[in-house]
Design a binder for this molecule. Structure first.
Ligand SMILES: NC(=O)c1ccc[n+]([C@@H]2O[C@H](COP(=O)([O-])OP(=O)(O)OC[C@H]3O[C@@H](n4cnc5c(N)ncnc54)[C@H](OP(=O)(O)O)[C@@H]3O)[C@@H](O)[C@H]2O)c1
Length: 235
């Protein structure tokens, strides 16, 4: 959405470059220029900003991609490029929600055996191994792409899917698999909110892993505010 707006409003005067980490096989179409993959650390990222004469940087990564945000913070300071963080609002807790907030994934894995036996795990591909130490639990794991190797869990089924998901389908999925606990990150966003509503309707507890701290500096929570900021930077 941000690239759409920036290209539509400023694409005739600026190159709008979106930098993807390259984790998914088929990322959605993005207007403007798209580059994929890490930079090789903070110093090469700062050099990239200088070489491309970048005039503004928006850190619009996932709220749990803390390394990307930290790299962006240091590299933009080094290259003296104004930076703004776009952080989607967290989900709001409803009165009937049974959320058990967890400071991190390790804490979620530690308490999980006391909460449920058949777990819907939606924390992403790279953070599964912490749940390997949960004996006797069965996991329904949802990833964006099907993995090409076994997951580091003893008993599981893996499914692939990319939001937005519908509440009725999420409810059916959890019922079919007799899910009795949901583990997710407090990512926020509309695309993956339906699982929380389904869990509420089914009375299923949710282990909700809290976000890492937002990087220092200005933060907004919507695309309009980024556009306003960019206008200020360039006019
Ligand atoms: N973490 C999650 O829970 C989560 C959930 C959903 C989606 N995602 C998405 O998955 C991707 C990776 O997240 P992560 O948490 O694994 O990342 P991360 O741990 O924060 O960072 C991993 C590496 O990404 C590279 N990187 C830094 N800035 C980049 C940029 N502007 N463009 C492309 N690559 C950059 C860096 O590699 P170098 O040192 O080589 O530069 C960095 O070390 C991101 O696109 C994120 O939005 C993450």
């Amino acid at each position: 959405m941000l690239a759409d707006r920036l290209v539509a409003e400023w694409g005739d005067r600026f190159d709008i470059v979106t930098s993807l980490a390259g984790r998914t096989q088929a990322p959605g179409a993005t207007p403007g220029e798209v580059r994929v993959g890490g930079f090789g650390g903070v110093a090469p990222m700062a050099r990239y900003l200088e070489d491309r004469r970048v005039c503004a940087l928006v850190d619009a990564t996932h709220p749990f991609a803390a390394q990307i945000s930290e790299n962006a913070r240091i590299a933009s300071a080094t290259a003296r490029v104004p930076r703004l963080a776009l952080v989607r609002p967290p989900w709001e807790r409803m009165p009937d929600d049974n959320w058990l907030m967890q400071p991190d994934l390790a804490s979620a894995a530690a308490v999980l055996p006391g909460i449920g036996r058949r777990v819907f795990l939606t924390v992403g591909r790279t953070d599964l191994s912490v749940f390997a130490a949960c004996p006797g639990l069965w996991f329904l794991v949802r990833l964006i792409d099907m993995p090409d190797a076994a997951l580091p869990l003893s008993a599981y089924e893996v499914i692939s899917g990319r939001g937005p998901f519908a509440v009725a389908a999420e409810q059916r999925l959890m019922e079919e698999h007799k899910i009795d606990a949901l583990v997710c990150k407090a990512s926020g966003g509309e695309a993956t909110r339906a699982k929380l509503e389904a869990a509420r309707l089914l009375g299923i507890p949710v282990l909700m892993v809290e976000r890492p701290p937002v990087p220092d500096g200005p933060v907004v929570d919507n695309v309009d505010a980024v556009i306003d900021w960019f206008d200020e930077q360039v006019t």
